[in-house]
Design a protein around this ligand. Sequence first.
Ligand SMILES: *Cc1c(COP(=O)(O)O)cnc(C)c1O
Length: 224
Amino acid sequence: MTDIAGNVRAIREEIERAAEGREVCLLAASKTKGPELIREAIKAGVDAVGENRVNEMTEKAALGAYEGAPLHFIGRLQKNKVKYVVGRVELIHSVDSPELMQLIGRKAVQLGTVQDILLEINIGREESKGGFAPEETERAVELAASTEGVRLLGLMAIPPVGDVFSGKYTYFDEMYKLFVDIRAKKYDNTFIKVLSMGMSGDFTRAIKAGSNMVRVGSAIFGSR
Ligand SMILES: *Cc1c(COP(=O)(O)O)cnc(C)c1O
């Protein structure tokens, strides 16, 4: 059996060493894992839980899997599933198009709420991944600033595995630069504070590059 509490403890220690005093949010990426295991992770003190699939999230929520921790949505969000996510999660990490952002805003307005979001940036420009191209970031931030019903908190990325170098800098470094740039610009209606990057295999490097939210799955729950 996987020692979830022990894993969370070890990850926390590693985070602390890498963060050098900065605060880092540990999110448990719980796709394919059942309510029992998720509750164990929450009890062990993770700061949030993140799901990838709407149906799976809805089923597990009905079983009380997420009680005691904020729930985030971190997977690709299909437009026809927006209504099952807005207002039900604290943060959507994976806003990857202007259309999706506007649908989320519209649904939130309908519900009389404001949905916190991150922009997903396709920092490695990979065909297989969604997200805004790095050079589209500024326009997307401006759109978020003027879209009713959404509040932009920052950026998220899933760089190519192993955080290879893209020229002089790593992709994590490039994400940090984008994050610092948009944070410095102080757009209306945005509260840029979250940089979500780093998973089981690379969260230490991500934190050293400036990440303050890591999404960790297999290092907590064991392999999928
Ligand atoms: C599954 C997943 C993770 C966690 O991956 P691990 O390598 O298991 O830590 C993080 N982010 C997203 C978006 C995921 O889908």
